[in-house]
Ligand binder design. Structure first.
Ligand code: 2AM
Ligand code: CA
Length: 258
């Protein structure tokens, strides 16, 4: 990919993060969207607007698909499309003041070329250019480790595990479970080998666009829960894991012993 595009994306994210840190000190307005757990703040909206203005100025032929409204104009991935979640983990942002990320995936004719997940409060910048491996703060990440299911740490929302027998059984089979509340960070953690799998029943393209390329570049697998290629135009389930753990969880969910 074009180096100037990569540099511009990182510069915008750095400016967005500085803005987010400032607004956190000042205070901001919070609204609920469709559900009680679906929050949006003036900060999410302003970061998206900032990206819209930057693209219009620096890359007028590129298009933005962002969570806070700009997605409504995007019906295909032709050309260069920036898929942005200005704040992934908004509930964490509002309640905890940490545990959220700016997430960006840049796609060219439907293929991911660059992914970034930036943990704003912990200053952890996860990046991956397609074909060039995944990086954390400029240091190459090793390939994800091979692990057994009983030795793995997996993450998902407990809210939907409680309704599903197969997922409840999975909790018993693994070393431990975690729930971080930011799909982008959970994908980055799979890429970094901190957790071995992340599963979700329903996510939007902007939740996964940045993190999924990180996982692939660290030699992890990422699909929906039916094992199909991700579709970055629609909401879908998500299953990201180290290859050995991906295989064992798939066998478990399909009813085969592992
Ligand atoms: P958000 O914070 O950007 O809304 C929480 O488990 C994860 O699910 C977060 O990445 C969160 O993204 C995402 N999420 C929350 N509500 C969602 C919804 N209605 N549709 C898709 N993803 C959602
Ligand atoms: Ca968001």
């Amino acid at each position: 990919m074009d180096e100037s595009l990569r540099q511009a994306a990182l510069q915008y994210i750095s400016e967005a993060a500085a803005y987010i840190r400032t607004e956190m000190k000042k205070g901001y307005d919070v609204d609920t969207k469709a559900n009680k757990d679906d929050l949006v703040t003036t900060v999410d909206k302003n970061v998206e607007t900032m990206f819209q203005e930057k693209l219009a100025q620096d890359f007028p032929e590129h298009r933005l698909m962002g969570e806070e409204g700009s997605f409504e104009n995007i019906h295909d991935l032709d050309g260069t499309v920036w898929i942005l979640d200005p704040i992934d983990g908004t509930v964490n942002f509002v309640h905890m003041g940490t545990g959220f990320a700016v997430s960006l995936g840049i796609f060219q004719d439907g293929e991911p070329v660059f992914g970034v997940v930036y943990d704003v409060m912990n200053d952890e910048l996860f990046t991956a250019v397609a074909g060039e491996g995944a990086y954390l703060n400029g240091h190459a990440l090793p390939n994800v480790p091979d692990r057994t299911l009983s030795g793995s740490l997996i993450s998902f929302n407990t809210g939907w595990v409680i309704h599903n027998e197969k997922y409840r059984e999975l909790v018993d089979k693994v070393r431990g479970t975690r729930s971080y509340g930011s799909a982008a960070l959970e994908l980055a953690y799979v890429a970094a080998g901190r957790i071995d799998a992340y599963l979700s029943l329903r996510l939007a393209p902007w939740d996964v666009a940045g993190g999924s390329i990180l996982v692939q570049e660290a030699r992890g697998l990422v699909t929906n829960l039916n094992g199909e290629k991700l579709d970055f135009l629609h909401k879908d389930s998500l299953f990201a894991a180290a290859p050995t753990v991906y295989r064992d969880i798939t066998n478990h969910l399909n009813g085969h012993s592992s």
